[in-house]
Design a protein around this ligand. Structure first.
Ligand code: AHM
Ligand code: MG
Length: 335
């Protein structure tokens, strides 16, 4: 296969678009560079004195690990100064991150989870950076409003993730298919390795934290049981795979086919809609999975149609192969 870099690929696909101004290319370039910097740090995590907690707690009430903080700092620092954004929002920050007064502004908005799956860092499990990109709706020059940020996922102009695994990959979509690039460490470039990814219509894998079964409602338990039933529509039981790192579980299911579920549970009354965040986790992966021929719902409703009420809103997530996601909807609706 000829070696095609992400930027070559993007420029090739943009060449007929009158929207192509170079600003999105700049934004993606900064994401890529940030990803390479984070990758370097993740790779030496076992060597450097970087593992362990910082002792701080983030806006979600979770302990912040040093690598989370590092990844967040790299992304904020680089993207704030890229001249293409009017605001950023991170899973790690309670509020919008403004663009400093001395930096040029653009009309894109970036929402990201700097290091998803970070509770796995110490065990050398794959983790990743997930990102979602919108264009502002209010006129440029005016202060950014919450209406610019709280857009439905369907309004995303691009979404992607960088997974730091046995190899490092960037997977992204601009609404024109899903493409995967693998980092060649010898030249420091992400090269096209997975053009036009399509998720199988029906999978062979289900991924859910079944330790929480006690806290699920009956329809959810029934939906999960479907995948373990040899008499289900595919006539075989599904394999169970759950890493506990959304980006890694999602990536595997995207390539092999399968379904990932993080349903609502009654474990924590403060989070009745499950753990995952609509804007920095569910939306970007939903755009990717739909572009790859799959589906993403909150069990019933399409993720990309949900109108967010707040930046850190949580949502149940059922995502993956179309027939499997549809089956879960059918079982939940049947009650
Ligand atoms: P994080 O963004 O703080 O890493 O939390 C999200 C992670 C997901 O990657 C993963 O799917 C989920 O938490 C696992 O949660 P649980 O341990 O409850 O199964
Ligand atoms: Mg996360």
């Amino acid at each position: 296969m000829p070696q095609i870099t992400v930027i070559e690929h993007l420029l090739y696909h943009q060449k007929e678009s009158p929207m192509a101004t170079g600003r999105f290319t700049r934004l993606l370039s900064e994401m890529i560079l940030s990803g390479k910097i984070i990758n370097q740090e993740v790779n030496k995590a076992g060597l450097a004195e970087i593992l362990g907690m910082t002792g701080e707690t983030n806006v979600q009430g979770e302990k912040v690990r040093k690598l989370d903080e590092f990844a967040n700092r790299v992304l904020v620092h680089r993207l704030q100064r890229a001249g293409v954004l009017c605001a950023l929002a991170s899973e790690e920050n309670a509020d919008l991150i403004p663009i400093p007064a001395d930096c040029p502004q653009g009309d894109y908005i970036l929402i990201f989870d700097p290091l998803d799956g970070s509770s796995n860092i110490d065990a050398n499990v794959s983790i990743g950076t997930i990102f979602s990109i919108f264009r502002r709706v209010s006129p440029c020059g005016e202060p950014v409003s919450m209406a610019d940020i709280l857009q439905r996922g369907i309004q995303q102009v691009a979404a992607g993730y960088i997974i730091y695994g046995s190899s490092t990959m960037l997977v992204y979509t601009t609404g024109n298919g899903v493409h995967g690039f693998t980092l060649d460490p010898s030249i420091g470039e992400f090269l096209l390795s997975h053009p036009d990814i399509q998720i199988p219509e029906r999978g062979k894998i289900y991924s859910a934290n079944e330790g929480y079964r006690h806290y699920w409602d009956q329809p959810t338990c029934k939906a999960l049981d479907y995948f373990k039933d040899p008499n289900n529509d595919s006539g075989r039981v599904y394999r169970s795979r759950y890493i506990g790192s959304l980006v890694a579980d999602f990536h595997r299911n995207l390539l092999y086919g399968g379904i990932f579920l993080y349903p609502a549970d009654s474990k924590d009354p403060n989070h009745p809609h499950g753990k995952l965040r609509l804007m920095c986790e569910a939306n970007p992966l939903a755009l990717i999975v739909e572009q790859a021929g799959g589906m993403a719902t909150d069990g019933i409703n399409r993720i990309l149609d949900i109108q967010p009420d707040e930046l850190h809103q949580r949502v149940p997530l059922v995502i993956g192969s179309k027939q499997d996601v549809l089956k879960v909807r059918e079982l939940l609706q049947a009650g």
